[in-house]
Design a protein around this ligand. Sequence first.
Ligand code: PEP
Ligand code: MG
Length: 843
Amino acid sequence: MLDTPRFTEITSTADIRASRHGSRAKCLQRLIRMDLPVPQTVALPFETVREVARGDMPDLHTLISLFDGQPLLLSVRSSSEMSDWGGPGAVLNIGMNDTAHAWLSNTLGHQAADALYLRFIKSFAIEVMRLDEEPFAEITTPAAARATYEDEMDEPFPQAIADQLGAVLRAMARAWDGTSARLLRQAQGAPAEAGLGLVVQRMAQGMGAGQSGAGVVQFVNPATGEPQVTGRYMGQAMGRDALLARDKALYLTEDPRGPSLQDLLPEVYQELIEIGDACRRRLREEMQVEFTIDQGRLYVLDAVRCPRESRASVAIAASLARDGIIPRSEALLRVPPATLSRLLHRQIAPSAEREVLARGVAASPGAAAGRIVFDSAAAQASDARDEACILVRRETTPDDVRGMHAATGVLTERGGSTSHAAVIARGLGLPCVTGATGLTISRRKREMRLPDGRVLSEGDMITIDGSSGEVMAGEVPTLEPALDGAFGDFMAWSDDVRDIGVRANADTVADATLARTFGVDGIGLCRTEHMFFDPARLTVMREMIFAESSTDRAAALERLLPMQRDDFTELFTLMAGLPVCIRLLDPPLHEFLPSEGEGERALAAALDRPLSEVKQRGAALREYNPMLGMRGVRLGVAVPEIYEMQARAIFEATVAASRDGAEVVPEIMIPLVTARREVELVKRRIDAVAAAVQAETGTRFNFRLGVMVETPRAALRAGEIAETSAFLSFGTNDLTQMTYGLSRDDAGRFMSTYVNEGVYPEDPFQTLDIDGVGELLLLGAARGRQARPDVTLALCGEHGGTPEAINFCRLAGFDYVSCSPFRVPVAKLAAAQCTILATRTAK
Ligand code: PEP
Ligand code: MG
């Protein structure tokens, strides 16, 4: 490698690299190559700055001699490799001393010269020499500032520009090594050894005679990304002054609210517009430009990537691609997938003030404000009054689902990212915060105690942010979702490149409709139990569970059959030939039991049985450990009539939906399998039902029977299980729970401690644990594929919507991932990004 000079003047041909001099230095070179009026600039590479921090200064006299003209005033700005990594703030007017002050008093006038000198002494004292701000706060003259400096430092204020510059470079180099700067940049993904470059630039004065001032301009609206010139300009100002004193600054474009730069200096304004356009084309980005007008003449001091909110980042990338400035693949790579999720939901307005009352797990994205309600009945009453409400519960059960339908958001004291509340809320697209530590909820007293001891009552207004996990006081302003043209482009372009399927976990027609609008490849998981939570169906379901004789059970199932058939017919018709994977009943039956008290009384009335009998039967069905109890395929083996009814409903719906055209090939999935024999038992019965329905209807159809791999044993025995399974779909929620032996409903309580203590790098229910659970997936996939090479492999746990899991599944050769409908856009973009990056690496 060539020795890098200790500093280099930035010219159009100089060897300036972002990886050596930082992105600001590189950007300035690009501006110079575009012939923009950039003041003379010298770049110090990372290595030189490291040496400066160690006390080895480059030859500053030679550096200074590269600049011509008198008096010489310089600025120093930081230039890290990626602009997001930050860096110490700029120091302006280096070189201000008694001589420069006298000279500027003659040329710019006393006032301007005093202001410059005062400003420099203060910033040198506070930002460079780290003196306390306080003694300088009231000072208004350079002489007084100098005296205070000399008092505090016990040495004269440095007059030589080399001394001043040396001190500035040293202070900035050392600030980069400070702990807080290091932590901040590491949070942005910077490596531990990330370097800092510095750029030393001749000051273009925005103070003094004629039209002089400084401003900042950008050419798109930072919230929407739509073309719009925004920013401010202020006369007799420097750097970003105009943004700090907005009420004294001018608008840029003509504006009814006050005077503008366009009125004042139309040619300069026009020049700025052309610069914006040139930057967009040549730098392939929307830039924010910092400029100075020195006696009517425009200088471009700096340009950075225009700051933007989620919606704008999608709109800008899409518009650059549509205009042919960047390829579509580049546009897709520029937007982090999670950004799309923010577009689908209301968001807290970034500028909104908020009082955070508590924090929990960000369980389902989006923000919602509403009055607190403590149960489903109150939620429904509130909904009937057209009043937004937040359902606040210790944790939710199936009984709360109707309340969730009526609420605008859900907050629970317990639970994590895959607890009942979280899974249902994500399916409904409802903002949800679970496991809000420190909250104590009393439904009886209808109040909620906050971590600081304050108490909120039913009817009090709160806002929850399911994207950050925050619970806030009152109604915090939010931004509307934004599914505009740019969003549609992103979906279509992602579909063009991705090479792994993305299906949706959809239980209802509403979910499936939403999934279709996002253009899914099918339904990867229809959790049939969710179809029974409708109050009318719940009663029949309970009758079935409470049946003591098989005749009574058959009678209840007979009533459930047409309901299920209608559900499936609607789903198949809606999905029009796309695959639909229906999971047979999974949860422990007790989840359908009535709550104690009122629920039990209502059921006794519906069944026309004594309350004591209902209580007794309920108690008999309760299990110590229901998630490991009588659920999933165990139910199918022990009470086979339930799965038979479901299979019949699926097949009859297949026949009904196929009549309208598109061939329907249903997929039936058996949950919680642990052994081959379970699959064989269920398969035999399902095959018999299929044969019966074909004979009864005189219609032939195909179907695929597969297994949900969600117990460690199923992953280990995937070889023999695959022999009777057309597909293996990994349920990583239960698989994570069982691999860790960690309750998905309770882990929220201590997960943050675990993550903070570094026990787990992340909550494994949110981010797939590649090392442990991932190994089981690889093992299961390999054994399954070896036994049956054409076996379809999928992942349908909540992780299916996360970029890490998608990348993992793609590399492992899975056919598709499946996730809640609202995560589909994120999953599609993440899948497209994996493919693009993999193709680039392969080239
Ligand atoms: C799973 O366990 O990963 C899964 C998808 O099923 P459920 O969340 O319904 O248990
Ligand atoms: Mg499961």
